[in-house]
Design a protein around this ligand. Sequence first.
Ligand code: NAD
Ligand code: MG
Length: 389
Amino acid sequence: MSNGIQPKRIALFGSTGSVGSQALEVIAANPDRFCAEILTAQSNDDLLIRQALHFQPNIVVIGDERKYQHVKNALAKTDIKVFAGEKALEEVAAMDCYDMMLAAIVGFAGLRPTLKAVENGKAIALANKETLVVAGDLVMQKAIEKRAPIIPVDSEHSAIFQCLVGETRNRIEKIVLTASGGPFLGKKPNYLVNVKRDHALQHPNWSMGAKITIDSATLMNKGLEMIEARWLFDIKPEQVQVLVHPQSIIHSMVQFEDGSIKAQMGLPDMKLPIQYALAFPQRIPNAFPRYDFRKPGQLTFEEPDTKTFRNLVLATDALFRGGNLPCILNAANEIAVYAFLRNRIGFLDMTDLIERTMDHVPIIEKPTLEEYFESDGEARNFAASLIKL
Ligand code: NAD
Ligand code: MG
């Protein structure tokens, strides 16, 4: 920076994804503030190579070991260190060479590297909500113990976090999580039964990775976000409320004990919460388009249709019952979304699969980390066994 401070060294876990690549745009726009120290990808070796050549990180990790040689060869003329495999993700997360991890891997796979960074006292910009859904109690406990700040990237949680700045001594009465309602807002089961993957992948307001786009269409995304909010902000399950707001301008709200409500607003653009998390506690200027209240348009609100979108009921159940149930819900959902994306099961089958898995896997009230991993595996196996070959 112009005042002589070194740029913050960011480790982008999941750099080739939707959040990861938008974070690289933010870094590229602010080279005096941020640099990309570590880039990781699962299988998109070509994009990882392009990103590495452009940003010149210290380290890259390719998850899929079969692609190691290709990445290694492509970067042979540089000083960039190349590692491969799942274990390498954790080893790199434990290294000293970076200041903040952007946790932008999708799904359960993000848990181990994120937890490793927390154990090493690193600041986390958290996009990977599944980490908190699966093991929020253990992750937050570790973060407090190691004084590792966790700054949310998820737009709703970033909104709540921003509303809470300066309010540390004031009790939260309620959190209102806004939901766009996704592409099938207002639709009923007789319509949803025939929905196919390509239709479900069209989100009205946000362009995101495939898994979260399906989660938004089924409302599981909001369910996962209720659980994420419970851990991030240390609130009780009954303090989280979901409200459908199709325009996605109010990103979420906090109601305090005096009844006062604070909201954070803006156009839907993930670069804003990403930038906020990377730069926190500072706000930095940008040229993103602004929301204009004078332009004709309405902000509307409605109750979610939980009779149609039953995933929200299942997630609420997991939120209230706790233990390993959110972990089971998450694992079954990952299998369900994967199968739906491959046209193996229908849209409404996803909910049935999750419900049956939640009924089947034994409940553990206070799981250890190992027990979370076991429950995840058991739930995946059972959910997969329900899908006909
Ligand atoms: P994405 O599918 O676009 O990208 C996922 C990234 O994770 C890729 O870089 C991929 O290589 C990597 N990855 C995938 N599987 C992996 C594995 N098994 N091991 C290691 N790395 C793996 O996903 P996304 O939309 O960028 O979402 C990332 C996370 O951020 C998710 O948890 C999502 O819920 C959350 N999030 C995303 C958005 C958004 O706008 N996309 C908004 C809020 C929260
Ligand atoms: Mg969100």
